[in-house]
Design a protein around this ligand. Structure first.
Ligand SMILES: Nc1ncnc2c1ncn2[C@@H]1O[C@H](COP(=O)(O)OP(=O)(O)OP(=O)(O)O)[C@@H](O)[C@H]1O
Length: 360
């Protein structure tokens, strides 16, 4: 017999005042796995989390933990008996309780194991000695760590985290994310983390579930989501994009960069070729002659630099195509600041671009 997933959510629907806010969400998480529910503000992420936690109830669908039904539309295990830990944006530590009392809050009273668990967790997050302090005496990062170990103290089977790093100083965030991830992996908890930041999801997730308007539009490992986006909006969610437009004739579309394959797309369909700025290749003008076409890069096309800006780790160069006048953005590692009006040649890495039927 196969082991059921730690968390399994099937076809969850939630409506508010006749408006469907969560529209058939299904996902499953194994123990030790971190899944990020990623999507723009208002797409229904927090509502999904609240239903799993048991603080809101779905209109349709089921939630199972380790194969056991915890909630459908008539039956409902109360939140405190779901073995689900919660960690929300504002941490909400109890201000009148010490750090140790905050962490011990969900543990059985009066046991020696309780004190041991508190000490062990404080040590684990480098806060040994903080036990008697009160929340107002701690920095934002320290409060975040206390909130994390408070949620983990009772060994929940599942931890739900809603934008847990958003209140923190930007410069601290990556370190805290890495430390948090290390602890979650050590504890082997199944984690569902809600975020609207692609960078955070890429850094934390084993699996990303990309959500839009109440639905999960794509899920998979970060590498796959980034490199095989399901549509133009999914590509645009992770980085700036360039778009070339064309019409399909015989499974090909014509562009200033030569023909692109559009397999399975009907003749006459308008398509968009999506290319990330880091996948445009730039070559110098050799008295009007460009580089020779290669199978990988296709035909080069001439463009003039519109402007170039230094961004720190990379330079952003905007080009205007000589034929057609479209604007394309390219990023180049380090310092590359050609003057406005400089003619150059651009190529598109065909293995890195996506062709989608045009929408909207
Ligand atoms: N109790 C409620 N009553 C009515 N509408 C609600 C309620 N809770 C959420 N909504 C609406 O449902 C939609 C989804 O909200 P939700 O908080 O789930 O989105 P989100 O993706 O988590 O967004 P954010 O990242 O901004 O928190 C929003 O339009 C919100 O206004």
């Amino acid at each position: 017999m196969t082991t059921p997933p730690r968390l399994e959510v099937r076809d969850l629907v939630r409506r508010f005042d006749g408006r469907t806010v969560v529209d058939g969400v299904s996902l499953s998480i194994e123990s030790g796995q971190v899944t990020c529910l990623l999507g723009p503000s208002g797409c229904g992420k927090s509502t999904t989390l609240r239903m799993i936690a048991g603080v809101d109830m779905q209109d349709e669908g089921t939630i199972h933990v380790d194969g056991r039904l915890v909630c459908d539309t008539v039956f409902r295990v109360p939140p405190e008996r779901r073995s689900i830990g919660l960690m929300f944006q504002d941490f909400a530590l109890f201000p009148h309780l010490s750090v140790a009392e905050n962490i011990a809050f969900g543990l059985p009273r009066g046991s020696a194991a309780r004190d041991r668990r508190v000490d062990e967790l404080l040590e684990r997050v480098s806060l040994a000695g903080f036990a008697p302090k009160y929340p107002h005496e701690l920095s934002g990062g320290e409060q975040q760590r206390v909130a994390l170990v408070r949620a983990l103290a009772p060994n929940p089977r599942i931890l739900l985290m809603d934008e847990p790093f958003s209140g923190l100083d930007e410069r601290l965030r990556d370190d805290i994310r890495d430390d948090t991830l290390a602890l979650l992996k050590e504890e082997g908890t199944a984690v569902l983390l809600v975020t609207h930041e692609p960078h955070e999801a890429m850094r934390m997730a084993d699996e990303i579930a990309l959500m839009r308007a109440g639905r999960i539009v794509q899920s998979g490992a970060p590498y796959n989501i980034y490199n095989a986006p399901v549509d133009r909006a999914a590509a645009a969610f992770f980085s700036d994009i360039n778009i070339l437009r064309g019409t399909v004739r015989g499974a090909l579309t014509e562009t200033p960069f030569g023909e692109f394959l559009a397999p399975g797309v009907a003749d006459g369909t308008e398509v968009e070729i999506v290319i990330r700025p880091q996948h445009l290749k730039i070559d110098f003008d050799r008295a009007g002659r460009g580089p020779n076409p290669t199978p990988e890069d296709g035909t080069a096309a001439r463009a003039k630099v519109e402007r170039a800006r230094f961004m720190g780790r990379e330079s952003l160069v905007e080009f205007r195509m000589e034929a057609g006048g479209e604007m394309l953005k390219a990023t180049v590692p380090g310092v590359f600041l050609p003057g406005s009006g400089t003619p150059m040649w651009l190529m598109i890495r065909r293995d890195r671009c996506f062709v989608f039927p045009r929408t909207g």
